[in-house]
Write a protein that binds this ligand. Structure first.
Ligand SMILES: [Zn+2]
Length: 171
């Protein structure tokens, strides 16, 4: 358990889980990701992109809240602790001048989806997008370059300042 749990208020009488004003939901990853298998195959990438964007926008409210309470220095660690606390796997972030890389072990989204021919960890993509934007202070583009659902192993994401995307990071 990390200090992150001190932020979380679970009220079983009310049936709610909150971090400040932000409500949470605990659900099984196979239920969430199984939704994609109920959709026509040609809509999956659009749904995953929408899920990433929704996480970037709404998860961004958590990033802003962490930033205002803990400051920039603690921001990255708070997101990493939050990911571990909520079952989003273990995150390792490497930052360089124009890009940041995220490696995730035990993504629940890959586990919940099963074998896939495209990367499926859209919520991690969105959350990392929001975090990388805050850390770099600039618009970024994020791609999941390797997904455990496709290839096994760890999931890898790259966030690059918009306009700096290059072929060197393609995998
Ligand atoms: Zn993945």
């Amino acid at each position: 358990m990390t200090a992150f749990w001190n932020r979380i208020h679970a009220d079983t009488a009310a049936g709610t889980i909150f971090d400040g004003e932000r409500r949470y939901l605990m659900m099984r990853p196979d239920v969430l990701m199984g939704m994609l298998r109920e959709l026509p195959e040609d809509t999956r990438s659009a749904v995953l992109a929408a899920l990433a964007e929704s996480t970037r926008v709404h998860g961004g409210k958590s990033v802003s809240a962490y930033q205002s309470t803990g400051g920039q220095a603690l921001l990255q660690q708070t997101v990493i602790d939050g990911a571990a606390a909520f079952g989003w796997g273990t995150w390792r972030i490497t930052s360089r001048s124009h890009e940041a890389e995220l490696e995730v072990e035990n993504s629940p989204f890959a586990a919940g989806y099963g074998r896939s021919d495209l990367p499926v960890c859209a919520p991690i993509n969105g959350m990392f997008h929001s975090l990388a934007q805050a850390l770099m202070g600039a618009a970024v583009e994020v791609r999941e370059t390797h997904c455990a659902a496709q290839h096994g192993g760890r999931c890898r994401f790259i966030a690059q300042r918009a306009g700096h995307a290059g072929p060197s990071v393609a995998t």
